[in-house]
Design a binder for this molecule. Structure first.
Ligand SMILES: [Zn+2]
Length: 217
């Protein structure tokens, strides 16, 4: 099935049965998430701005509009993952299972000297990979590590949408560019330490490591 570009986007709020946004449903969802949701700390203790934290909350609850969810609702959806053109698209595939995503993570994390933390072909579940990665990072570097995960996932999602909706050709360098731009915005908004992440896209891990260790937490 092709996406029909002539039909306008339909916005459906997934937290109420009517599909209509209500502040109460959003508040309840966030509040419930604060209690029951295991990656809560990992999402909130980062330098990510609210829009990216909310995106991660949607990821954690599998509420992003990937092809599998669109198909379930009978909505137009891409037949295969737009990034690899091989596999059906679901959230875990898109963020870690996809060969394109793995190349991105490897390249992205290489800039920070932690390419060994990139997902391997055995990592097919985003949350499990994140939990594993978080456990492998020294405790005083976790805020930086989790910020990198959110920055990477957000950038993959944005690039995926550029490819699906704007006919952009999948390209790992484009995702890296999006990540760099986004890190710049976080920095401009005053996020503590995020300028070091931007710097990590140019500097060696050594200087970044030293800087992250001495960041206020
Ligand atoms: Zn794919």
């Amino acid at each position: 099935m092709e996406l029909n570009e002539s039909s306008p986007d339909k916005h459906v709020w997934s937290l109420t049965s009517s599909g209509q946004y209500t502040a109460k449903s959003a508040y309840t969802a966030l509040f419930n998430g604060a209690i029951a949701f295991e990656p809560f700390e990992r999402i909130w203790k980062t330098w990510a701005p609210p829009k990216c934290r909310f995106f991660m909350w949607l990821v954690a609850h599998n509420r992003c509009w990937t092809a599998d969810r669109l198909a379930k609702r009978g909505l137009p959806h891409p037949d295969v993952c737009i990034l690899c053109d091989q596999h059906e698209e679901d959230l875990h595939h898109l963020l870690v299972g996809c060969v394109f995503a793995r190349i991105f993570w490897f390249t992205f994390l290489s800039h920070f000297g932690v390419a060994t933390l990139a997902p391997t072909p055995a990592d097919q579940n985003f949350e499990e990979w994140w939990r594993k990665m978080d456990g492998a990072v020294q405790s005083d570097l976790r805020r930086g590590g989790n910020s990198l995960v959110i920055l990477g996932a957000w950038s993959i999602w944005r690039h995926r949408n550029d490819c699906v909706f704007d006919n952009v050709t999948p390209n790992v360098n484009s995702v890296l560019h999006l990540a760099k731009e986004e890190a710049g915005r976080w920095s401009a908004a005053g996020a503590k330490g995020i300028s070091l992440i931007s710097a990590g896209l140019q500097l060696s891990w050594g200087s970044l490591l030293v800087a992250l260790v001495f960041l206020p937490r």
